[in-house]
Ligand binder design. Structure first.
Ligand code: CDP
Ligand code: MG
Length: 833
């Protein structure tokens, strides 16, 4: 145990020196980064409140004068022809009729909940009404209205629109602020910002000094930040009786929010939309004569295998929704449809989005339907980009010059953004491929056709939004309705749902709030980094809270990996992890990769672990695919290193313009490799921003060092570790929690008869009949010893109570004490330190 602490101390010193060196280079205010961080991040400093409260009579006179100036400028603009036109437009919005009701409610109540159809004018009008009424009441210079948006792109787009409606440019009375960007000026009184920005401001300024109104938009989405914000604001309201809070939501679950705030009054803005006709998959197949590709044609499965596979795929579905889908497919009555349609429906695979199907529907619209823009809801930007590429290279939609193909997602450029809102010339068909952000926060006026693939995922990995990445999952009925509604804005429209009606009927009513969907470990880190107090206590005050036992487990895990200390405070590592939007263990790998200057391969590993598997294993060519993968593994006993080699090879091939061929020969998915590539870029940008890397060269000084890379992988994946015992011709594996375990057939280590290292670290395990480990890497004693445990010794309950977690592992499996192990490996260790 003593020796253990010596080792730990040395690692700690090493890290300390390293981190503070990095911090000095970065010019960071935190001189000793390794002590618990209380210093503010640059972002927090940027967000320091600009205090606008009048300090003296002179100040008050100046403010009054400014207030009058603002008013006069408005009146001038309103007199101009464009101003007149804009006023007419604004008056035509459904919100206008409720203007007085809304303003009265806001002045008489501390909290008001407003709901209304998308496009009725909540976001652009309501904050403006408040601003206008404040200006009328000569409080134009002192009011300070903050309106939050869940996404940065809507904060930017909306502020631009509102400024335009007022004949101003951004930075006059209207501004915006998102992470790393913003425009606002001396006179800015209405600020659109992301929810995250307001949360961070609350950290520094718990009372929201000087703010008169907070408007929280799109609360029906139940984003994590919005739920967080509501808890904090609910606490604040009694201390700030003059502060006004308005909650705005699209769909009608206003009651929930109203009751959360003690029966706050609700105002509904009645809206008008044209009727929209719905088509489900069976109708689409019937109308277009299209047939879904059976499994056997995709992958050359034999006829038998096709049915078997299909049954298996359906059986394997674990989530509740999927079993509902399975049940409803079996129970559905498709007897009204032709035999061809019925047969085709049986080939429907709930897992695949089916680009062919989307292309077919788009082609049908372009060729046979009346003019009008098409809005396609897809799952994420990687799918959007692939489909866009595919459509551009195969002009299945007819004359390419007649089609305007656009993408709409969280990370598009502002030039692209403008094109989305513009009406194209006559005869040109605008097709917008969008993520679910086009459901409510963005309104494209000329949409007549909607194509809904039925799934959604949070904007995959978006470093700027700080959202962890999630897999596509089925949308709710409320979302489907919302998507359908987008087709009826200007005239009667049509909506094509790319799934059977019976599946629609089995969707849940509303989507689960993000707070209940987010991995709890990330959630706990967020709560800590936002300094919201005790995790369990804070979560118990939420609109809906996660189970307390799961919360406790997550806290325990965070302590084990060294992100939280014994008192549940964020450690320096934890602080960094909270800024990296991947699972904490993967974040830890990135941090260590940066510290130990082997970032490049580690970024590939982490990007790979946060996307799909790029190694494809077609059923009928399994042997070939396996040997292709084994080549990449190069008998290194690591799936992670195999991935690194496959990716590096692909990059090289791309440079020589034969990336496609390379993927084909090696059974790799180029789509996934591209996604990995883009994730890596985002990681690098992010690590740079949080001060962990300076430039590409230094952080890759050791990128060729196989041992070091392995060690860093071990640092991230511990305590995901199993012991390896080689018997003749077979390997027996054990974890401390499960006993004997097996490897997935896809793992390169599953093909080996002997693994020349005593441990495997793995990132994932799944219990089917036995426990199976996914991707794994073989590591040595010294790697586990040095990089495995948390730097601060964590007590292990039970009879290993006196040891660190790490010591417990070593003793449990090797029956050797930590000291023995240390002495035996001293020479090897010295190389590391
Ligand atoms: O928030 P809500 O969905 O209720 O509507 P909004 O975003 O305030 O938009 C109201 C109307 O303003 C929309 O129906 C559009 O006609 C128009 N609008 C626009 O033309 N350009 C924008 N960038 C935003 C809104
Ligand atoms: Mg809105």
């Amino acid at each position: 145990v003593e020796l253990d602490s010596i080792v730990q101390e040395r690692v700690e010193d090493h890290l300390k020196a390293y981190l503070s060196k990095k911090a000095v280079i970065k010019g960071n205010a935190q001189s000793n980064v390794f002590t618990r961080s209380t210093a503010l991040s640059t972002d927090q400093v940027v967000n320091q409140v600009d205090d606008t409260s009048p300090k003296s009579m002179v100040a008050e006179r100046i403010l009054r004068r400014r207030s009058l100036e603002i008013r006069n400028r408005q009146q001038d603009w309103q007199g101009s022809p464009e101003g007149q036109k804009m006023i007419e437009f604004r008056k035509s919005l459904p919100a206008h009729k409720e203007r007085d009701t809304l303003l009265a409610a806001v002045s008489q109540n501390q909290v008001v909940v407003v709901s209304g159809e998308t496009g009725c004018g909540k976001t652009t009008q309501l904050p403006q009404y408040i601003l206008e009424s404040e200006i009328e009441a000569e409080r134009g210079a002192t009011c300070n209205i903050i309106c939050t948006q869940p996404r940065r792109i809507s904060a930017m787009a909306v502020s631009e629109r509102v400024a335009a409606e007022r004949g101003e440019s951004l930075g006059e009375s209207v501004g915006y602020k998102v992470r790393l960007e913003g425009i606002r000026g001396r006179d800015t009184r209405l600020l659109f910002c992301t929810t995250g920005i307001l949360l961070r401001r609350l950290l520094l300024d718990r009372e929201l000094k000087g703010v008169t109104h907070v408007i929280v938009d799109e609360i029906h989405e139940r984003g994590m930040n919005e739920d967080f914000l509501l808890i904090v604001l609910k606490d604040l309201l009694p201390r700030r009786p003059d502060l006004r809070l308005v909650l705005m939501s699209a769909t009608l679950n206003a009651e929930l929010f109203s009751s959360y705030f003690g029966a706050a009054p609700m105002i509904h803005i009645p809206g008008f939309t044209f009727p929209v006709r719905s088509y489900f998959l069976e109708n689409i197949l019937e109308a277009t004569g299209y047939r879904l590709t059976p499994y056997n044609q995709i992958d050359n499965y034999g006829e038998d295998k096709k049915w078997k596979m299909q049954k298996q795929t359906l059986r394997k579905r674990k989530t509740q929704i999927a079993s509902a889908v399975e049940g409803s497919l079996e129970a559905a009555d498709f007897t009204d449809f032709s035999r061809q349609t019925q047969e085709s429906l049986s080939c429907w695979n709930p897992d695949s989005i089916g680009f062919n199907l989307i292309e077919n529907v788009l082609s049908h619209i372009c060729r046979n339907e009346r003019p009008g823009a098409v809005l396609v809801f897809m799952t994420g930007w990687d799918d959007i980009n692939s489909l866009k590429d595919q459509l551009q290279s195969h002009p299945i939609l007819g004359d390419p010059s007649r089609v305007l193909l656009l993408a709409c997602h969280g990370s598009m450029s502002s030039a692209e953004q403008k094109l989305i809102f513009n009406k194209p010339e006559d005869g040109i068909r605008k097709i917008v491929l969008a993520t679910n952000m086009a459901e409510t926060s963005i309104t494209i006026n000329d949409v007549v056709f909607v194509v809904d693939c039925g799934k959604a995922k949070e904007t995959s990995y978006d470093a700027l939004n700080n959202t962890p990445c999630l897999l596509p999952s089925w949308i709710s009925k409320a979302s489907a309705k919302q998507r359908r509604g987008r087709a009826g804005r200007v005239q009667a429209g049509e909506c094509y749902h790319l799934y059977p009606r019976c599946v629609h009927n089995s969707l849940s009513e509303y989507q689960l709030p993000e707070l209940l969907r987010t991995p709890l470990q990330s959630l706990c880190l967020q709560i800590k980094s936002l300094q919201l107090g005790s995790i369990s206590e804070f979560l118990s005050k939420a609109l809906q809270s996660p189970e307390s036992l799961s919360v406790e487990n997550a806290i325990e895990y965070l302590k084990t990996i060294g992100a939280l200390d014994e008192k549940e405070n964020l450690t320096v590592l934890g602080h960094k992890l909270s800024m990296i939007p991947v699972e904490p263990k993967l974040g830890k790998m990135l941090v260590y990769g940066a510290i130990f200057n082997c970032l490049d391969p580690i970024m590939t590993v982490v990007a790979g672990l946060s996307s799909r598997d790029p190694f494809m294993m077609p059923f009928d060519k399994k042997d070939l695919a396996e040997s292709a993968k084994a080549q990449f593994a190069a008998r290194d006993f690591s799936d992670h290193l195999a991935l690194v080699r496959a990716y590096d090879g692909w990059k090289e091939a791309e440079r020589k313009q034969n990336g496609h061929e390379y993927c084909w020969h090696n059974f790799l998915s180029s789509q996934t490799l591209r996604a990995i590539d883009s994730l890596r870029k985002q990681f690098f940008y992010l690590l740079k921003e949080i001060g962990l890397v300076d430039n590409l060269e230094t952080c890759n000084m050791w990128s060729e060092d196989n041992h070091l890379i392995r060690s860093v992988i071990c640092a991230g994946l511990f305590p995901g570790i199993c012991s390896v015992v080689n018997k003749d011709k077979s390997i027996s594996l054990k974890t401390m929690e499960d006993g004997p375990v097996l490897l997935y057939a896809n793992s390169v280590n599953a093909q080996e008869f002997k693994i020349p290292r005593p441990w495997l670290v793995f990132n994932d395990k799944v219990k089917v009949n036995s426990v199976f480990l996914r991707d794994s890497t073989a590591v040595s004693d010294s790697m586990v010893l040095l990089f495995g445990g948390s730097i601060l010794p964590t007590r292990l309950e039970s009879r290993y109570g006196h040891l660190t977690m790490l010591g417990g592992y070593l003793e449990f499996f090797t029956r050797r004490s930590l000291a023995d192990t240390y002495l035996r490996l001293k020479t090897e260790l010295d190389e590391f330190i």
